[in-house]
Design a protein around this ligand. Structure first.
Ligand code: ATP
Ligand code: MG
Length: 250
């Protein structure tokens, strides 16, 4: 049995558009990998193939040796593969604490039965407090999500996802839309993720990528161009021409 996520020979087309072309990627326990590439390269599609929102035309996704390619999204979440919630799925009129409680109840499968059971209740509330503290959200626990700054709403998304206790976490542009003055909140939170969690982060902000990732995978036209350390990637002329160079011109 191999630990972690193993993606092999993944292919996906939308009609004539090849969005995944023989993608191979490993994500081991504790890995911090970034997936970068130009707009339309197929990054979000690849994330969706991992989490089961989309299914590949061919190829396999294995988690700890088990082929999960045929699993639907909810079954993959139960197996430990999670993607951050989208802000649109937060319950904006509910407080931060109430929002975090939902995935915990879901994970515990106790949503129907928890009340009346004081011990269970206090364990759940203690877990929520721990997660809120981890994400610097304790002071906002009774604040409705809609009253938070956008960067803090994105932190709530991350906290919700972590409450599911995933083993593999896929982050699709966690800092998108967050004002640069607040982006440190996201970076700090990412740096404090559990050590044994495997993280694949899709991100255009290279400063954030270089801070968080120890390996970078470059995707172009649905195919992996190269994979290497941040240093390798920043020195790779092909990457600079295709992606970083172009970004610097804008
Ligand atoms: N459901 C779909 N049906 C048809 N084409 C799609 C679908 N989803 C994405 N595409 C196309 O597939 C290509 C890859 O899209 P994808 O969203 O994966 O790119 P991306 O790398 O995430 O880009 P960005 O950096 O802009 O988020 C694009 O050309 C996109 O228009
Ligand atoms: Mg995308």
């Amino acid at each position: 049995m191999t630990a972690g996520l193993e993606i092999r020979n993944l292919y996906k087309s939308f009609g004539g558009l090849k969005v995944a072309q023989d993608i191979n990627l490993d994500l081991k326990s504790g890995d911090r990998k970034a997936l970068i590439g130009p707009n339309g390269a197929g990054k979000t599609t690849f994330a969706n193939l991992i989490t089961g929102i989309l299914h590949p035309d061919s190829g396999s996704v294995r988690l700890n040796g088990v082929d999960i390619s045929g699993f639907k999204e909810s079954k993959r979440v139960k197996a430990g593969v999670a993607k951050t919630f989208q802000i649109t799925t937060l319950f904006k009129s509910m407080t931060v604490r109430e929002n975090i409680r939902l995935p915990i109840l879901e994970r515990e499968g106790k949503s129907q039965h928890w009340f009346g059971r004081a011990e269970r209740f206090s364990a759940i509330e203690a877990e929520i407090s721990k997660i809120l503290a981890q994400f610097n959200l304790l002071k906002f626990e009774e604040t409705p999500v809609r009253d938070l700054a956008y960067g803090q709403q994105r932190l709530v998304e991350l906290a919700l996802t972590l409450a599911l206790k995933p083993r593999i976490l896929i982050l699709d542009e966690p800092a998108a839309g967050v004002p640069s003055a607040d982006s440190h909140m996201i970076t700090d939170a990412l740096e404090r993720l559990p050590d044994d969690l495997s993280v694949l982060i899709i991100e255009h902000d290279m400063k954030l990528v270089f801070k968080v990732a120890s390996k970078i995978v470059v995707l172009v036209n649905g195919a992996i161009l190269t994979e290497g350390t941040p240093e390798d990637i920043s020195q790779n002329q092909q990457v600079r021409d295709l992606y970083l160079g172009a970004q610097h011109e804008h």
